[in-house]
Design a binder for this molecule. Structure first.
Ligand code: DP6
Length: 325
């Protein structure tokens, strides 16, 4: 009744921002991402009849806010498996979470795989992706391998992620510049709720299926320039949505803007790299693997940049042999 899983974080090329069903976490549009090999969550789950309540420890600390969301997730697994026992959950991230670097994707993907196994369920990749989605939408994309598409769907069973290509398909690197952040950001769950009244949102959605097809085509052709330009435009569009929501959200910090400018300058100088940014100040820079060291050197000493982590595309969530406790 104990199992451990690892799951990668993922970065979206086409973003999930908006839900048509909040409880089921059904997105208003499909999205596309790649898994990241250095931003990993490892989670051990043990169901235990001696426990009187679930115990949740994340990065060595107990947190009430995270515990509630984890318990809700365990309740789904208990319902599926008809198990009544409470569980102990321990989770460890390979990257800093305080600064707002997305951890819910890798966190809920690892939790889905570990808890399903510990409860004796044997779920397909699709079922695991659906289970992960119910915990945090973007987590469904951390289940399959490599380059991934989340199919929007119109109910819980039809909204899940599939692998488009394995991690080894394209020699890309994703260089993540972690920006020093003090203030707590608006969570991506709350940020998405503010989109409802945004007059620009319907315009975004109208072009979405065409955008998804064009991006998939650029991946199929390995057309890096076309791909990179679309990924950047999509990131800016997501932030334009955040800026123009009724209670504006500005996720960027001064270092975010210096990173954007640096990437634009690098391109003018012949070093081809493109940025994307999620619901936070950190910047994911995508380049060809042969250029990753040069990109790393350019970003590392920028003011306000705390750390730079070079990632490669990665496999999805997996069971692991060694437990955390
Ligand atoms: C900007 O998956 O964190 O990273 O379903 O409410 O947990 P919830 O949202 P979450 O949103 C991620 C938003 C994003 C874009 C993306 O990953 O597609």
């Amino acid at each position: 009744m104990k199992a451990t899983a690892t799951a990668p974080s993922n970065i979206a090329f086409i973003k999930y921002w908006g839900k048509k069903d909040k409880d089921l976490r059904l997105p208003t549009n499909g999205s596309i991402s790649v898994n990241l090999d250095k931003l990993i969550t490892t989670t051990t789950v043990a169901f235990d009849q001696e426990l009187r309540q679930d115990e949740v420890i994340i990065n060595g600390k107990q947190s009430d806010k995270d515990s509630q969301r984890v318990t809700k997730h365990l309740d789904r697994v208990r319902k599926l498996s008809k198990l009544l026992f409470k569980a102990r959950v321990e989770s460890q991230n390979s990257f800093p979470t305080e600064g707002g670097l997305a951890s819910s994707a890798s966190g809920f993907a690892a939790l889905a795989v570990a808890s399903a196994k510990a409860a004796g369920l044997s779920l397909s990749e699709k079922e695991l992706s659906i289970l992960a989605r119910l915990g945090s939408g973007s987590a469904c994309r951390s289940i399959p391998d490599g380059f991934v598409e989340w199919l929007e769907g119109d109910d819980s069973d039809s909204s899940y992620a599939v692998s488009l290509y394995p991690h080894s398909y394209w020699d890309l690197s994703i260089v993540v510049a972690i920006v020093e952040a003090k203030e707590k950001e608006v969570s991506s769950t709350e940020g998405q709720e503010r989109i409802d009244s945004n007059p620009f949102f319907p315009v975004r959605l109208r072009k979405m299926s065409q955008k998804i097809s064009a991006l998939k085509q650029s991946i199929e052709n390995k057309d890096f320039t076309r791909f990179g330009e679309m990924v950047e435009a999509e990131a800016l569009e997501l932030h334009a949505m955040a800026f123009t929501s009724k209670h504006a959200i500005i996720y960027w910090l001064p270092a975010t803007i210096s990173l954007i400018r640096t990437i634009q300058t690098m391109r003018k100088q012949g070093l081809e790299a493109y940025f994307t940014i999620d619901a936070g100040p950190h910047v994911h820079v995508i380049c060809r693997t042969q250029d990753e060291k040069r990109v790393f050197e350019r970003l590392k000493f920028l003011e306000g940049v705390q750390d730079v982590v070079i990632n490669k595309p990665a496999v999805g969530a997996r069971l692991a042999k060694e437990h955390l406790f």
